[in-house]
Ligand binder design. Structure first.
Ligand code: FE2
Length: 192
């Protein structure tokens, strides 16, 4: 079976399990832990998620990372992406306004966690996402992500709602010392 059809099948099966888990309920940390378990299981099919199938941006691309859509329901829920980076990434502390789970396949993505403080944010922890590990975030949880130059990173990002549908994600701008809003994502690539 060609990789693309095996990949579609495995992804569909994983998302079906996750959809069943939610079954109309509001997300909880326990549910997100189960989402993480499902995605870690999917990540063991390493031959289906390679840099050949999900190439990072070229060196002359102004972006250092990009997203490939692996799955999304018709109502835009349960959006699963492959996120790939090949250069330094530093995303400021931000929320998602929906739940999010990140699971690693290749390379290392450092996550730092924050709580809101009077003057912006206060860091309270961190975790690195790499092969077989992941982090979970409730809609209001804040994290920043950091990827070092030199080693490409490929991981799963799953959200309760597709990124194009999330125009209100907030981030803390340290230089401006204010909360700002990310524009909705527009350049998500379709996986083969
Ligand atoms: Fe994020």
């Amino acid at each position: 079976m060609p990789n693309s059809s095996e990949r579609r099948e495995k992804v569909a099966c994983t998302v079906a399990n996750i959809r069943k888990l939610f079954d109309g309920k509001e997300p909880s940390r326990e549910m997100l832990a189960q989402v993480k378990t499902e995605l870690v299981k999917l990540a063991t099919s390493k031959h289906l998620f390679t840099l050949e199938d999900f190439p990072p941006p070229e060196a002359d691309d102004p972006r250092n990372s990009c997203l490939y859509r692996l799955s999304e329901d018709e109502d835009h829920k349960f959006a699963l992406y492959a996120n790939v980076a090949n250069a330094k990434v530093d995303a400021p502390p931000h929320d998602h306004t929906t739940w999010a789970v990140i699971v690693g396949l290749l390379g290392v993505e450092e996550n730092k966690f924050y709580k809101k403080a009077e003057d912006g944010v206060e860091i309270f922890g961190g975790e690195s996402v790499q092969e077989g590990t992941g982090v979970m975030l409730m809609p209001d949880d804040l994290h920043s992500i950091h990827i070092a130059e030199g080693e490409p990173v490929l991981n799963f990002h799953m959200y309760g709602l597709a990124l194009e549908q999330l125009p209100g994600r907030n981030y803390w701008s340290a230089p401006k010392k204010e909360w700002r809003t990310f524009p909705a994502h527009t350049d998500i690539r379709e996986a083969r």
